[in-house]
Design a protein around this ligand. Sequence first.
Ligand SMILES: O=C(CO)[C@H](O)[C@H](O)COP(=O)(O)O
Ligand SMILES: [Fe+2]
Length: 222
Amino acid sequence: MPAIAPSILAADFSQLGEQVKLTEAGGANRVHVDVMDGHFVPNLSMGSIVCKGLRPVTKMPLEVHLMVEAPAKFLDDFVKSGADSFIFHLEVEPEPTEMIQHIRSLGKKVGLAVNPNFAIEKLKRYIPEIDLALCMTVFPGFGGQKYIPESTARIRQIRQWIRELNPACELEVDGGIDARTIGEASAAGANVFVAGTAIFGAKEGATAATKHLHDLAAAAAT
Ligand SMILES: O=C(CO)[C@H](O)[C@H](O)COP(=O)(O)O
Ligand SMILES: [Fe+2]
């Protein structure tokens, strides 16, 4: 079963709780919280206070995507604020085992992300240690970008390694996922789909858009 993770980066922050509930009504499975520090990526976004605000509003797990240079610094505050899982980048932690174990010791799930120009071979050896691999399908830092077509072959390769090394590991895609691209990513082997603009910017509303993406991903799944 595919999972849809609405990225609140694209939500209307004047009514964030309501926006998240709309996606939950459409069958969303987890909330994707994009944390940017202005160093690892050229943009600033949100911190743990957003998780604290959302925690009482939704039953969905809160997944924190750390696009920051020093992810370890922020973990405790996010845990206190109700975060359920952390994704950090292999670019900033080239030897990630200690960080993976630290996140597990906090009782949280752990994901490892790679940017579109990062050698995925370096991710391979850590697949047995993680709960989720995140294949970025845009360069991180901004919502509303276009899916990079070369991502599809990368997704297919990572899925093959996951089958061989750790079949329980999830494969997430993030960036430019919409009704036109989700089928391709799903057919290539992704099973968790982050979508911001395609959900919160949808003419038909966030509930219908979430359901539509879910149906398309399920129909294309291999
Ligand atoms: O990590 C991210 C950006 O760095 C976001 O999760 C991603 O861009 C989602 O936005 P959209 O669906 O609009 O592309
Ligand atoms: Fe993200």
